[in-house]
Write a protein that binds this ligand. Structure first.
Ligand code: PHE
Length: 450
């Protein structure tokens, strides 16, 4: 018996679900900081080139693999090739997604604690030192972060068990427009601050001397992470596309919207940072210490922190849902389990992993894996190792081993659309992507002395 596979119900729903995956913490804290430190406007140009020349073709390839086979990320390679070995791409993607789930849900949980604190009014009147102290106190607390990560995973679970259309698509159609509105409101607020000019100059002023090979490779790595590539996600989402979905246009919309959100996040953050003369710090510190401290100095402090953390929570939740889905789809199809049981297996095991990851920042700090905390290890192994390897294998597999007629048939929706870009796509998959990804990989492992 073959069951009809679930599909997304509308064009906009298809795009928003994929954008929901792509837009996440990577856009809101990592991108603006990287841009600011690596040449501002010059970095932006390079980032755009990476996104369009390598990210976009790979996203189209993932969508192709999913929709052509209508299978989970492992099953897809079983259909595409008679050689069982290629399934490794799917296994790596799913393993990587699972590891990301382990640390991403920890950080997503933090945003909920900050929403609670902002709503309680406790943030006004705090000094910078108090924000820093409370942040460390909270993330190393033995049980508070655990409660929030359990809540985060429970919300993701409920969305996943409601199905592809009734859960993922519906949640994305609700959350993504809200995210855009909040982002715009915060941009306007930021642009009316006195430091707006300086902040925008930090973000956009091209400084070509800051463009080093390291900056280029970090832009490429950031493009992959931000577009959620190499994690089995876009393959799984592609398998829910209907027959009429235009794969190229969908990938282009997702790519551009994701980049737009990253740029707007910079427009939101840097004017505020410069107005208050604060050094733009990297990583979680920027969003969990610097920004709440800035908001606390504006009129209506609780309000700005509250909506900012709602923005972060929305962005990270839709990403978590998308990381959960490939794991659930695989387990459900491979072991023929009802979706809700498969989802429960994923939620329960990912929550256990996340609990360990969270504890590795505090109570169990002494325990290390290859010299890293579990939290850092999960980030390293997924984003720096499995993700580039998975994308590289996918590019090589599709570029060299897939009949171009199959690719053309799928991308043209059986001849209904023209695919003049096939030559370019094939060239990218065969040569450009493998070379570029090898470089990011070696760079990520620190082999260039960075
Ligand atoms: N793309 C998401 C972001 O920018 C992160 C992510 C990575 C989501 C991998 C899913 C898979 O934050």
């Amino acid at each position: 018996m073959t069951q009809k596979r679930a599909t997304f119900g509308s064009k906009i729903g298809t795009i928003l679900a994929s954008v929901g995956s792509a837009v996440g913490l990577g856009n809101i804290w990592r991108f603006p900081y990287e841009a600011g430190q690596n040449g501002g406007g010059a970095y932006l140009v390079i980032y755009l080139a990476c996104v369009l020349l390598i990210g976009l073709p790979l996203m189209m390839t993932e969508f192709f693999a999913g929709r052509h086979t209508r299978k989970n990320a492992v099953g897809a390679f079983g259909v595409l090739s008679r050689r069982k070995g290629w399934k490794i791409i799917g296994y790596m993607g799913i393993l990587s997604a699972f590891m990301i789930l382990g640390f991403y849900s920890v950080v997503s949980g933090w945003t909920l604690e900050y929403i609670r604190e902002a709503a309680s009014g406790a943030m006004s009147g705090k000094t910078a030192a108090m924000f820093a102290r409370d942040y460390t106190g909270f993330i190393t607390h033995p049980w508070r972060p655990l409660l929030w990560l359990v809540l985060t995973n429970t919300i993701a679970h409920l969305v996943i068990v409601s199905g592809v259309k009734g859960g993922i698509e519906r949640a994305s159609k609700l959350m993504m427009p809200l995210l855009f509105v909040i982002l715009l409101v915060l941009c306007v607020r930021s642009l009316t601050l006195p430091g707006a000019g300086e902040g925008l100059a930090f973000l956009f002023k091209p400084d070509f001397s800051a463009i080093t090979p390291g900056a280029v490779l970090s832009a490429l790595g950031q493009a992959f992470f931000s577009l959620s590539l190499g994690m089995a996600i876009m393959i799984t989402y592609g398998s829910y596309f209907d027959a009429q979905t235009n794969i190229r246009n969908t990938a282009l919309s997702v790519t551009l919207l994701d980049t737009l959100v990253a740029i707007l996040a910079g427009v939101m953050i840097f004017p505020a940072v410069f107005t208050f003369g604060i050094a733009p710090g990297e990583g979680p510190g920027l969003v969990f210490i610097t920004l709440p401290n800035i908001f606390a100095q504006l009129p209506l402090p609780g309000l700005w922190s509250f909506i900012f953390f709602v923005l972060l929570a929305l962005a990270s939740l839709t990403s978590i849902i998308s990381i959960h889905e490939p794991c659930t789809a695989y387990i459900s199809e491979r072991f023929r389990l009802p979706r809700r049981w498969a989802a429960l297996v994923v939620t329960a095991s990912a929550t256990v992993l996340a609990v360990f990851a969270s504890l590795s920042l505090g109570a169990w700090k002494g325990v290390s894996l290859f010299g890293m905390s579990l939290f850092d290890f999960l980030d390293f192994a997924s984003a720096k190792v499995l993700m580039p390897l998975g994308s590289m294998l996918l590019a090589v597999f599709t570029g060299w081993f897939i009949d171009k007629k199959i690719l053309e048939k799928e991308l043209s929706n059986n001849g209904a659309l023209r695919v003049r870009y096939l030559g370019w796509l094939t060239f990218t998959l065969k040569y450009v992507a493998p070379v570029a990804i090898t470089l990011i990989f070696l760079y990520g492992l620190g082999l260039f002395g960075n």
